[in-house]
Design a protein. Structure first.
Length: 340
């Protein structure tokens, strides 16, 4: 039988104290976020289980979790949400539970057709990744009759326990970074209200502009997708202003890649002529030649929290309900040029 991993084992690996490890794993104050993330990641990798978890393990059950995603959140490449699902699946397996993925088509949503996993009553809980219409969420909650957790979105009209990234602050940091690099005419690329995260990132951009003395007339918004279909535009369909800004804040790295292609089609070089930042720190390899400065979403931590919450709800454990906001981090690459 494998030897149980102890706090001291994790502490020795990272060169910190057992107290620091204990605080990080229990969510207590006094540990920096970067170090906390390293401790949590290493604990997962080493298979650490708390004494209470070991004590209760003999009574633990294995659960089947449905992961529901709308088809509009996928594209022909391995999407950001597929990466999110993989992390959810890995975390569920570490909890002796299993996931089943079902992609809901736009037609199913429009007709109010339930996912097969829910129709067949094969799951103990549901994690919904990515935004759906409020009416469809209401239908899922009414018919599923099992615990649900939202991931990467919230819905104030149909509230539920949620895990989201810090879109507002992340975009605020990105926009401030552009100001620090000397840019003062900055545009935002994203179709407002198409998703919560796109709108939240816009608001972070606006806050940064306001703090630098800018007003409504200085806000520049460029749509990147059809709000009804949520399908992102091809580079040639982006409508850019006649007088280009010196920098763009994009709502995601994929949109940043599309924008860069469009700018290159028009003869501009990134970052020599125009600077671009994204969000997510995920883009399909080979999409563009430029390494995009971005705000990295902590997918692993979001998955950990989503799985922990849904299992706690299934098993009747005590947990903190509401919305969990998971911090990310700035990743500086080479898509931004400093100007005077």
């Amino acid at each position: 039988m494998a030897k149980a991993v102890k706090l001291a084992d994790i502490a020795d690996k990272l060169g910190v104290s057992k107290v620091t490890v204990s605080k990080a794993l229990s969510g207590q104050k006094g540990v920096g976020e970067d170090l906390r993330r390293k401790i949590i990641d290493l604990a997962d990798e080493m298979g650490y289980k708390s004494p209470s978890a070991i004590k209760n393990n003999k009574y633990a059950k294995s659960y089947n979790l449905a992961v529901i995603i709308q088809e509009k959140h996928f594209d022909k490449y391995d999407s950001f949400y597929m990466q999110m699902y993989k992390q959810v699946n890995a975390k569920a397996l570490s909890k002796s539970s299993y996931t089943m993925l079902e992609v809901v088509s736009q037609q199913m949503e429009d007709k109010g057709e339930l996912p097969r996993l829910i129709q067949d009553e094969k799951v103990d809980g549901i994690i919904i990744i990515g935004m759906f219409a409020t009416s469809y969420l209401r239908l899922l909650k009414a018919k599923a009759k099992v615990p649900i957790v939202y991931m990467d979105f919230i819905d104030e009209n149909e509230p539920e326990d949620s895990v989201i990234s810090d879109s507002f602050y992340g975009s605020f940091m990105l926009t401030n970074y552009l100001y620090d690099c000397g840019h003062t005419r900055i545009a935002y690329v994203g179709t407002l209200l198409s998703t919560d995260s796109i709108t939240d990132r816009y608001l972070g951009y606006v806050k940064a502009l306001m703090e630098h003395g800018k007003g409504i007339d200085d806000i520049i918004v460029i749509n990147d997708r059809d709000i009804n279909k949520a399908a992102q535009f091809a580079p040639e369909l982006l409508k850019l202003p006649k007088k280009l800004p010196t920098a763009f804040v994009c709502n995601c790295d994929k949109t940043a890649g599309v924008l860069i292609k469009r700018l290159e089609m028009d003869g501009y070089k990134i970052p020599d002529d125009i600077s671009v930042v994204g969000y997510d720190n995920y883009i399909f390899p080979g999409t563009v030649d430029v390494d995009i400065t971005t705000y990295e979403v902590d997918i692993k931590e979001m998955a950990r929290q989503a799985v922990n919450i849904v299992i706690a709800k299934i098993s009747g454990e005590t947990y903190r309900s509401g919305t969990r906001i998971v911090e990310g981090r700035m990743v500086i690459k080479n898509s931004v040029r400093k100007i005077k």
